[in-house]
Write a protein that binds this ligand. Structure first.
Ligand code: GLN
Length: 496
């Protein structure tokens, strides 16, 4: 049996049934990761020793009957913007080089309490700003399907690790698409929950009003199981919501009969790649055959989403990133004259180009004289976008959309033109501006063999509807696309 080709739930079951042990499973994933890293580079920190220790400890608790959850003993990879006590947490930035957090993010704690075993930290765009995982100080991550292409971003390391079979599941974060877009590019499943569902305590902030942590996995059931484990109210996060409906696994029903699904015409017109469009139309037809009612509609305001998002996200980032000054965390410049010069040199040397661009843009739109013209206006647009979705959800149970306009671009293609790269976020960012849940599931491959994802968007707190839609789609296609990347993983192993 190839342990690394199993789903997280299968592994959990086999560990519980004593067919496998947690250390044996961890060893298999570490070995796989070690053989794949040269090609993919999903990890910033692969903590072999610590991971084996933790797996042994988990196994003891499983043996003693104190750990019984569905993912007990199963390894997990964590995006490197999630604080882990005593384990390097870099946000893929030089400025956090050497930073060892004194506490662990709440979402990670919840997973650990359920018995999942942290294997290490995954690569990302610096401070989660980007769409390709190329802005990392620690080098690029490559798409496991074709190493000449990017894995997407910013949770590219987490998605590539799952797609390459280096980890059975992972956590990512999504401010404007960073779970859904790389999931789409890597042929895996990722969920961004309703804002406030998962505690942000210990997630290094990018755009605090938009950031949400979510799981990435091989299939819908794994993803939803992990989401259920990390959800819940946390008084340490003032935006955390006390929900009583986070029993998400109950929605794993392959049944969309009578569900109304809206296709925004504005998302399927100009700018959408022909092959992506074709795959999504086929996916919509599959759901229709399963009994869903599919209808096209006009969402509206789409062209305002990108400018509004980049104003708001950059404004929040410029404030959130002010704390990295060479005093409290990580990197400090070697030579300086006085405090101001130390700040200046540390930040100049510690932050990359894209992060500096956002800090400058954010500081500008918040400065007096421009605050009303840009920042306040962007907040108004945000409110209008939420209203447009409210109107759509009066008619539809969910919205079917692409996760990205194209499949994964080639390495080096995107960074040369940042504005063009920002435009690639068109189908994901509105979901964050409106605080909605969204899931990306594999829905095909293009002529070059690169994965295509289908995004399902739900109204606030309606994760269960999009879970049903995604699960029904996965079951109706005979898990064809899941099986596809499991074959790819095995092939990757043979090549390595
Ligand atoms: N690509 C978007 C950005 O650069 C989204 C990133 C994210 O969701 N973290 O801001």
């Amino acid at each position: 049996m190839d342990i690394t080709a199993q789903t997280a739930l299968e592994l959990g079951r086999k560990i519980k049934a004593k067919e496998l042990s947690a250390p044996e499973v961890m060893e298999a994933f570490l070995a796989k990761a070690e053989s794949m890293e040269e090609r993919v580079h999903s990890f910033v920190t692969l903590d072999r020793e610590g991971a084996m220790e933790r797996a042994k400890k988990a196994q003891k608790a499983i043996g003693a009957g104190t750990l019984q959850g569905p993912l007990a003993g199963v390894p997990v990879a964590l995006k490197d913007n999630l604080c882990t006590e005593g384990m390097a947490t870099t946000c893929s930035s030089r400025i956090l080089d050497g930073f060892l957090p004194s506490y662990t993010a709440e979402a990670v704690k919840k997973l650990e309490a359920a018995g999942a075993v942290n294997m290490g930290k995954t690569n990302m765009d610096e401070f989660a700003m980007g769409s390709t995982t190329e802005t990392s100080w620690y080098g690029v991550t490559r798409n496991p399907w074709n190493p000449d292409h990017v894995p997407g971003g910013s949770s590219g390391g987490s998605c590539a690790a799952v797609a390459a079979g280096e980890a059975p599941f992972a956590l990512g974060s999504d401010t404007g698409g960073s779970i859904r877009q790389p999931s789409s590019f890597c042929g895996v499943t990722g969920i961004k929950p309703t804002y406030g569902t998962v505690s942000r305590y210990g997630l290094i902030a990018y755009g605090s009003s938009l950031d949400q942590i979510g799981p990435i996995a091989k299939d819908v059931a794994d993803c939803v199981t992990a989401l259920e484990l990390i959800s819940g109210h946390d008084e340490k996060d003032s935006t955390s919501i006390a929900r009583t409906d986070t029993d998400f696994t109950g929605a794993l029903q392959a049944d969309v009969k009578g569900m109304r699904i809206g296709l925004p015409r504005d998302y399927f017109g100009e700018g959408l790649d022909g092959e992506v469009k074709e795959a999504l139309m086929e996916a919509a037809a599959v759901l229709e055959k399963e009994g869903a009612v599919i209808e096209e509609f006009d969402l509206g305001l789409v062209k305002y989403a990108i400018p509004a998002y980049y104003v708001i996200a950059s404004a929040e980032a410029s404030s959130n990133l002010a704390r990295f000054d060479g005093v409290k965390y990580g990197y400090r410049t070697e030579t300086y004259e006085g405090l101001h010069n130390m700040y200046k040199k540390t930040r100049s040397e510690g932050f990359g180009e894209e992060v500096k661009r956002r800090i400058m843009l954010g500081s500008f739109v918040l400065s007096s004289g421009y605050y009303d013209a840009y920042y306040l206006k962007a907040l108004r647009v945000k409110a209008l976008i939420k209203q447009a979705f409210d109107r759509a959800f009066e008619k539809y149970d969910m919205i079917l959309a692409p996760a990205a306009p194209t499949t994964a671009p080639k390495l080096g293609e995107s960074l040369s033109d940042p504005l063009k790269m920002y435009l690639g976020d068109i189908y994901t960012i509105s979901v964050n501006l409106a605080g909605l849940p969204g899931i990306s599931v594999p829905a095909g491959r293009d002529g070059k063999g690169l994965p295509i994802g289908m995004q399902l968007i739900g109204d606030c707190f309606q994760e269960k509807k999009i879970i049903r839609g995604a699960y029904a789609f996965e079951c109706a296609t005979g898990k064809q696309w899941t099986a596809d990347y499991q074959r790819k993983q095995t092939a990757g192993k043979e090549e390595a």
